[in-house]
Write a protein that binds this ligand. Structure first.
Ligand SMILES: [Zn+2]
Length: 307
């Protein structure tokens, strides 16, 4: 019992130290040429979710700054804003949300004071409103104190097809997509460095997830492959120069999933069984596979039953 107590206290201590270091350090990676990214932790939106699980980036031009996604809480947004202020005194002109998932948008509130244009997909404002109640509940459940002040801030500029944002010595090109990861996906291309910010159209390391349309997502990835870019910042995972390989990896997983689900529907295999077996060959290639893959089957199987 005593040994158990001691090891328990060591564990608790380790937990504290770990929490301390992850809480206090808001690491920013400089990608060069005025581009910066903060990588959230590879955690699910479940017990342990702390609002900081996706990539959030900012681009500094000669006239001002554009932020690309803001994290999942006011707290994370404030940490991001503080990091930007350490890099430049230029104004924050644009806050772009690559889509409406809560881990990407709830830091927006930190930037209201800067009076930027908030930029999102033409369907974002409606999608945000429809999800507001559920997301607010989710934030209260998981973020606790940090849910306070994490207000939903909708776009002031909405993108139907494409849009160029002027940062002075560089422009950001925004492209909007048909239903893919969600019904509100946009990407950003920086003209100065040919960098593509994909939002959640691309996951690296972590299992891709979708709530939109798997065929739409596969098609969107085909579009991304045609862009004349040199590197990508995915929605989750590391910055990558071998961006076509990263897109191919994601498509390989999605195609395996699509093939297996279609075959199971045809052969009368239940959704529950399919959750345990679909795309099994991909299991060791991705983080958080079991939970994310099951969730994907849960979305895709019912949709494909009507094909
Ligand atoms: Zn997402």
């Amino acid at each position: 019992m005593r040994i158990l107590m001691i090891s328990l206290s060591i564990l608790l201590l380790m937990g504290c130290v770990h929490a301390q270091t992850t809480k206090d350090v808001f690491a920013i990676e400089s990608l060069g040429d005025g581009m910066y990214v903060h990588h959230g932790a590879h955690l699910d939106i479940d017990i342990g979710y702390q609002g900081d699980i996706c990539n959030i980036s900012f681009v500094v031009g000669s006239k001002g700054v554009a932020v690309i996604d803001t994290g999942g809480s006011l707290k994370v947004g404030n940490q991001l804003r503080d990091a930007i202020k350490k890099v430049t005194t230029l104004p924050i002109l644009y806050v772009i949300n690559t889509h409406v998932h809560p881990d990407h948008i709830y830091g927006n509130a930190a930037f209201i004071v800067d009076k930027p244009e908030f930029v999102g997909h033409e369907k974002s404002a409606v999608a945000m409103q429809l999800r507001k109640e559920a997301y607010d509940k989710l934030n209260i459940k998981y973020l606790g104190e940090d849910a306070k002040g994490s207000e939903m801030v909708k776009p002031t500029i909405s993108v139907k097809d494409t849009l160029e944002l002027d940062l002075g010595d560089r422009t950001l090109k925004i492209n909007a997509y048909a239903v893919a990861h969600t019904n509100t996906d946009i990407t950003v291309i920086d003209s100065k460095t040919s960098t593509l910010f994909t939002g959640d159209l691309l996951f690296i390391e972590r299992t891709p997830v979708l709530e939109g349309d798997i065929k739409g997502l596969i098609a969107a990835i085909d579009i991304l492959k045609t862009y004349p870019v040199k590197q990508v910042v995915p929605g989750h995972g590391p910055f990558a120069k071998d961006w076509v390989a990263a897109l191919n990896n994601e498509q390989r997983y999605l195609n395996a999933l699509l093939t297996d689900i279609r075959a199971n529907i045809k052969n009368g295999v239940s959704m529950e069984s399919t959750m345990n077996t679909a795309a099994a060959g991909e299991k060791d290639k991705w983080l958080l596979f079991d939970i994310a893959n099951r969730r994907n089957v849960n979305i895709i199987y019912p949709a494909l039953e009507w094909e």
